[in-house]
Design a binder for this molecule. Structure first.
Ligand SMILES: [Zn+2]
Length: 150
């Protein structure tokens, strides 16, 4: 008798779609959801490293040395030298030594900044608020629910 909402057809046009979390936040396009970004200085450094590593490999091959053998033992370059401090297996041509020394110098010239930096846009969350999410935050702020970032 006093049931205000008869079951069955009460939800037609009266209720909104349920709010999904995707309506409030979305993947950060700046970092593609990673939350971190590679420092541009590191990208430049890595490209140069690849060039020097290729040059060193070519120098070893030109000298008749196996391309992946640590020829001088000077380097600690990952994936290029076997282990640091190994003695040269044979007398090493100067072209090979120069190429490997350039590689080592480049290793010492690594960028000072962290390679991975927290994404400034999403603060490392990987997601950012949508327009609707911003509105929700504003609403929550009005009612005192939102803590400010310290
Ligand atoms: Zn981001």
């Amino acid at each position: 008798m006093n049931d205000p909402a008869p079951p069955g057809d009460g939800d037609a046009g009266l209720q909104h779609e349920p709010l999904a979390i995707e309506d409030l936040e979305q993947t950060c396009l700046t970092c593609q959801g990673q939350g971190t970004r590679v420092d541009p200085a590191w990208q430049v450094w890595r490209e140069r490293l690849r060039e020097l590593a290729d040059a060193a490999r070519e120098a070893r091959e030109a000298a008749g040395l196996p391309p992946e053998t640590p020829a001088t033992g000077m380097g600690v370059v990952i994936d290029i030298h076997g282990g640091a401090g190994q003695s040269p297996p044979v007398d090493v041509p100067s072209a090979v030594a120069d190429a490997e020394r350039a590689l080592d110098d480049h290793m010492d010239a690594r960028p000072l900044a962290y390679e991975q930096r927290r994404c400034a846009l999403c603060r490392g969350n990987g997601v950012v608020l949508t327009d609707l999410g911003v509105e929700l935050v504003a609403l929550l702020e009005r009612h005192g629910f939102v803590r400010s970032f310290g």
